[in-house]
Design a protein around this ligand. Structure first.
Ligand code: ATP
Length: 865
């Protein structure tokens, strides 16, 4: 049983002063003393450790349950604590922090980590972020070994949506990698770590500083000293991420001359000269996308607009069609609620030891890098200041939002020039948002509506074709101001919108209905309509229109590719005339233009610093949950199951129907698809051959025996036959292919967690920006040191009897080994323990050791290269 330190655990948020409806247990003085706090937050366990220090879990000190009905938990946050000492003498670090803060202020997207606020005291700067409780994405892949295609498609769509949003703001992330992706509680992707973010503008879109991690960095960053187009570099990184999701390991890691990828120059030469290779289980369409993304020549590399339109992402086209300005508008709507929520300052303290303020003069020097978030997020009128409203019902908050009297009396705490300026910005912003709300497009109104329906779990009402689903819960009526919504909806309905009837209590059928409808309509408008209807009715991501089994075309259509290449050539030659006209994509080449076009009425506001006031610094629980309004973002875990099930059913049916036509050769799908991804063996040529043989056999038997019963028996026999072969071939294929994946790390992690649970949270495990070991490595056991590689364990265990490896690893790994592994974030991807042994060897050879350290430094720090 694992011991849980109370100090690091949320204890229920019981407080003495705010429990008016329920008598909570009183905390003793001793308990109270135990809590480590940072400003208004109680600090909990360490979530991870980065370059700047620890990231801690936090929750509000003064959380209370004042909601009427259910027991609420406080909103948890992740607080990145940066020692001021550690950055005061390091300009590079300082810039990185400010960059991150500044970028996050401008970004509000469900797949980008939210900045709640920035706090500081004399010793620490605390960046308070939305807590992504699903953990690190690479661990998730490790655990699953590789992702199912459907899941990878969904998560990749979210990544692309987030990256597109970043680019649309004129920013580039420049350090996209698995380690910088987290998951929320519903397994939605969250992009984090904006330390390398930079700005580009349409007139000067090339960048000179190379950054990122070698394994994810685009070749042009490494090989050439020329300025590069940063958005294309982000796309390369996304390609590497997608490859890792689907394959379970990183691409181009099989250079025999550079087995560990330690020679970065060689690695990139290898990338440039070697065609991308795929494991058998990556299907043709995702392969095609990867081939287009992982193109060494950035001019030929696909752009975001093209990615969004790619066949593979069709199932998520409605989600991907949400434009950045639509996300912004949604966020603006939220900010109204946030601003309207009167609240007192944290606790009862005045400006306390941990002031929620700017970084003083530094911020001024850096163009207000850190704004006094308190001014923005706590515009509490005096009469409201004693009310703790974190769990205030939406209706109350909205009433206050609509009260001009209450709105007028804000920001009276400070008379400083900064405060006055900020007050003006906030006022302008509020006016903008309120006026904007009146003129919201129907789409926005609907989204606004849907966004406020998160509490409603009732099934969607039945509607007639042509109707728009309008939530009629009290929450909606309270939060949508004015009467414009219905007429505007009707107007749109009569002109452009096409909706579908959604049957109540029958989500699956409504999804199927939508699926069919969308398939025939096949237009952006219909996709958006689907998005609206599905989100407003709390339906889940729509059933996919993509079936792996439906690939009846050759795996890789060379004609298509060549046409594509011709197009690309034509584009690049046209674009070579001027850098500014490089891309015809409205998203990629002219992000500002796209934004301006969409928000023409607010252009002046967009160009002002007020963007930061769009709720970015609020600690308030958002009234609108962005994640509930995006069709492809899973709101509840249950939803994910539904989607997977629907997918699996379709997948199975399709494969079944193709089984006897010989198109889909993996006829063991019925049995295999029941298994988890971890258990599903990769298809091997051998396996396919056997499968095909059996199909033929079944076919022959089928025709010779007329009766259906005999036919079934024949099929069953064939199936059994194949299954036997499959089992045999699995062992053989696994042992011969030595396909390494994250599973090895998973094994390691499992053992680690059981032995070092108390240490886990404080150390960051090795990231997967590492390479799979070579075949030879996998079988080498360092008998001298008694180190057994995780990959070795995996392979040997698979050869022995396909039993889970964790226990074996757990038993055989020594304490020293694990410590060494954990402390070294730059070890190779799979062979974690082997890395320790390598390090041991390296220690004997000073030359090798130095090289290792340099490599480790590169990988660990995501530093400039
Ligand atoms: N919002 C969050 N929710 C949950 N965990 C988080 C969050 N932010 C960071 N973490 C955890 O903290 C770890 C370190 O965070 P992060 O990578 O942002 O720090 P950093 O100092 O920027 O690190 P580096 O730049 O070295 O990657 C992450 O790997 C993750 O495990």
């Amino acid at each position: 049983m694992s011991y849980t330190n109370k100090r690091h655990t949320y204890y229920g948020g019981f407080t003495n002063d705010l429990s008016d409806t329920f008598q909570y247990p009183q905390r003793t003085d001793e308990q109270r003393r135990k809590h480590v706090t940072f400003g208004p937050y109680i600090l909990g366990s360490t979530l991870g450790e980065g370059e700047f220090g620890k990231v801690k879990l936090g929750w509000p000190k003064n959380f209370s349950n004042n909601s009427n009905s259910t027991f609420d938990f406080p909103k948890q946050v992740a607080i990145k604590l940066i020692k001021r000492d550690s950055i005061s003498n390091d300009y590079r670090k300082e810039v990185k922090i400010y960059r991150e803060i500044n970028a996050l202020k401008h970004l509000s997207h469900p797949n980008i980590v939210k900045l709640e606020e920035v706090l500081q005291n004399s010793r620490y700067i605390g960046i308070v972020l939305e807590y992504a409780c699903g953990g690190e994405f690479y661990k998730y892949i490790q655990k699953k070994r590789r992702l199912k295609e459907m899941n990878a498609c969904r998560l990749f769509s979210q990544l692309i949506s987030g990256v597109h949003y970043i680019h649309s703001k004129g920013l580039v992330h420049r350090d996209l990698k698995l380690e910088n992706l987290l998951l929320d509680k519903n397994e939605n992707l969250v992009i984090t770590d904006f330390g390398f973010v930079n700005e580009f503008c349409s007139r000067n879109e090339l960048m000179k500083t190379s950054c990122g991690s070698p394994c994810y960095a685009a070749p042009e960053l490494v090989i050439s000293a020329e300025p590069y187009e940063a958005r294309k570099a982000d796309i390369w990184s996304c390609g590497v991420i997608l490859y890792a999701m689907l394959a379970g390991y990183l691409p181009w890691d099989d250079d025999p001359n550079n087995p560990e990828g330690s020679d970065i120059g060689r690695l990139y030469n290898y990338i440039n000269s070697t065609p991308l290779k795929f494991p058998d289980y990556i299907l043709p369409i995702p392969r095609d996308l990867l081939r287009r993304m992982l193109v060494s020549d950035p001019k030929k590399r696909i752009n975001l607009k093209q990615i969004k339109k790619h066949e593979w992402l069709k199932p998520h086209s409605s989600f991907l069609s949400i434009t950045p300005d639509e996300w912004d508008k949604l966020n603006n709507t939220q900010s109204v609620f946030r601003l309207a929520k009167p609240r007192r300052r944290y606790g009862s303290r005045p400006q306390s030891s941990c002031s929620t303020s700017s970084l003083g003069s530094r911020s001024d020097k850096r163009d207000s890098l850190v704004i006094d978030s308190t001014l923005i997020t706590f515009p509490a009128p005096p009469q409201e200041s004693q009310n703790h409203i974190i769990t205030r019902p939406a209706s109350i908050a909205s009433d206050q939002r609509l009260s001009p009297i209450r709105r007028s009396n804000r920001h009276n705490r400070s008379n400083s020039a900064a405060s006055v300026a900020l007050q003006a910005v906030v006022n302008a912003d509020r006016e903008y948002v309120l006026s904007h709300e009146q003129s919201l497009s129907p789409v926005q109104n609907i989204r606004q509506t849907t966004g406020n329906m998160t509490a409603s779990l009732s099934p969607p009402p039945a509607i007639s074709p042509g109707d728009i689903i309008i939530e009629t819960t009290p929450i909606k009526r309270n939060t949508i101001s004015g009467s414009s919504i219905v007429p505007s909806l009707e107007k749109e309905s009569s002109t452009t919108m096409q909706t579908s009837k959604i049957q109540p209590n029958n989500m699956a059928s409504s999804q199927n209905h939508q699926y069919n409808k969308n398939k025939t309509q096949n237009s952006l408008q219909s996709a958006k309509t689907f998005y609206r209807t599905s989100s407003s009715s709390h339906t889940k991501p729509r059933p996919t229109s993509y079936h792996p089994g439906s690939y009846t075309t050759p795996p890789y259509n060379s004609n298509t590719l060549s046409i594509y290449e011709i197009n690309e050539k034509a584009k690049s030659s046209a674009s070579s005339q001027t850098l500014n006209q490089r891309d015809t994509s409205p998203f990629d080449s002219t992000p500002y233009l796209a934004l301006d076009t969409c928000i023409t009425s607010s252009s002046s506001i967009e160009s002002s610093p007020k963007l930061i006031t769009h709720g970015q610094f609020s600690v308030a629980k958002p009234s609108v949950d962005l994640q509930s309004v995006s069709g492809d973002l899973i709101k509840y875990k249950r939803d994910a199951d539904v989607v997977t099930r629907i997918y699996d059913e379709k997948y199975k049916q399709k494969r079944k129907s193709l089984r006897y036509s010989g198109i889909f050769s993996d006829i063991s799908c019925d049995t295999v698809t029941e298994e988890s991804d971890e258990l599903r063996p990769p298809e091997s040529p051998f396996q396919q051959h056997e499968g095909q043989e059996s199909i033929d056999k079944a076919k022959t038997e089928d025709t010779s025996e007329k009766g259906s019963r005999n036919s079934n028996i024949a099929k069953a026999t064939a199936q059994k036959h194949v299954n036997n072969h499959l089992e045999r071939s699995l062992n053989e294929a696994e042992s011969t292919k030595k396909r390494f994946s994250f599973l090895s790390l998973y094994s390691y992690d499992t053992s680690k967690s059981s032995l070092y649970s108390s240490m886990d949270s404080k150390r960051k495990p090795s990231p997967p920006s590492q390479r799979r070991p070579k075949k030879d490595d996998s079988y080498q056991t360092n008998s001298k040191n008694h180190y057994i590689t995780a990959s070795n364990m995996q392979t040997s265990h698979q050869v022995s009897k396909n039993l889970p490896a964790p226990t074996m690893v757990q038993n055989k790994c020594t304490l020293e080994t694990k410590k060494a592994v954990r402390s070294n974030r730059s070890s190779i991807m799979v062979s974690e323990v082997n890395k320790a042994s390598v390090d041991n060897k390296a220690a004997q050879s000073p030359e090798h050791s130095t090289a290792k350290r340099v490599l480790g430094f590169f990988k660990r720090r995501s530093m400039k290269i």
